[in-house]
Design a protein around this ligand. Structure first.
Ligand SMILES: Nc1ncnc2c1ncn2[C@@H]1O[C@H](COP(=O)(O)OP(=O)(O)O)[C@@H](O)[C@H]1O
Ligand SMILES: [Mg+2]
Length: 282
């Protein structure tokens, strides 16, 4: 029997946010948070009001990546106010926990937390909210795809075959819940020699692009390996802020532009289809 597609809830959360973009990966450590952060900041640079929701319950990284270690304030009606940095509105699991004890999240707890985060943060009006998803394709991820009104998903992978296999799984999860996949980003794609600029493809070349082609989704771009990304990530200064003209920052800007272009294309297509249905005589 063919599997039934899972129904998504109608849009009753984040009504003031125009587009909600999930950044996901099949496995951890591929640079999902790095891509989410630099994508959200690239949107700010493009003149968009933008937010970042770090809901990676297994390893929230926004506090370190932005150098923010304060607790968010609450409004009189008990909503959480996002923190602000570099023109970006920010909310992270990590802003709320007070110690380093890892928490073992079980399905229902994750569900409750995700709901709370989506309902109880006062984002105000935003053009785009980027969600840093937990890695993988388990319950936590599925809950998010069902509760959050996702406009689309960006899948992050590295060039190794193991990461690409997991990226395919991630992509299929979004397709199953009818969330458009905006495309694949290949992170840590190659190393550009600081002396001559020549790119060395340390793992293998073209895996992200060929996986995107094979699965029929756009390839959003390659992000090079840049040690400054690690330093910036540890010091609260993401690469697009730290070195806005570096090849890595420019690669992030290009990915951001392609992501928004793909979103616009999908939305125009949907609007056209709706209009066509509207004109039908029943
Ligand atoms: N393009 C890159 N070049 C160099 N280091 C990177 C790059 N992307 C990510 N990193 C580093 O790799 C580590 C994992 O990245 P992170 O974004 O935290 O991954 P994830 O969220 O998928 O677990 C971090 O130390 C980060 O600074
Ligand atoms: Mg992360």
């Amino acid at each position: 029997m063919a599997e039934q597609p899972i129904e998504r809830q109608p849009r009753d959360v984040l009504p003031e946010v125009k587009d909600v973009i999930a950044v996901a990966s099949g496995k951890g450590g591929v640079g999902k948070s790095t891509v989410a952060v630099n994508l959200a900041l690239s949107f700010v640079r493009m003149g968009k009001t933008s937010g970042l929701l770090d809901i990676d319950v297994y390893g929230p990284s926004a506090p370190t990546m932005f150098g923010i270690f304060e607790q968010p304030r609450t409004t009189p009606d008990h909503k959480l106010l996002p923190l602000e940095k570099y023109g970006l509105s920010l909310m992270s699991m990590g802003f709320l926990s007070t110690d380093d004890t890892p928490i073992i999240w079980r399905g229902p707890m994750v569900h409750g937390l995700v709901n709370q985060f989506l309902h109880q943060v006062d984002w105000g009006a935003l053009d785009a909210l980027v969600i840093d998803m937990p890695p993988g394709t388990g319950d936590a991820q599925l809950t998010l795809t069902q509760v959050a009104p996702l406009s689309g998903a960006v899948i992050v992978t590295t060039p190794q075959e193991v990461a690409l296999i997991d990226a395919r799984k991630g992509l299929k999860m979004f397709q199953k819940v009818n969330v458009p996949v905006l495309g694949i980003v290949e992170n840590m794609s190659h190393f550009a020699c600081p002396h001559c600029g020549e790119g060395t493809y340390i793992f293998s070349k073209g895996g992200g692009r060929s996986t995107a082609e094979e699965l029929g989704v756009p390839f959003l771009g390659e992000i090079p390996i840049d040690p400054e990304i690690v330093v910036g990530g540890d010091q609260g200064e993401p690469i697009v802020i730290r070195h806005p003209d570096s090849p890595a920052a420019r690669a992030f800007h290009a990915v951001a532009e392609r992501t928004l272009a793909e979103l616009a294309r999908i939305q125009a297509q949907t609007a056209q289809a709706r209009a066509a249905v509207g004109k039908m005589k029943w």
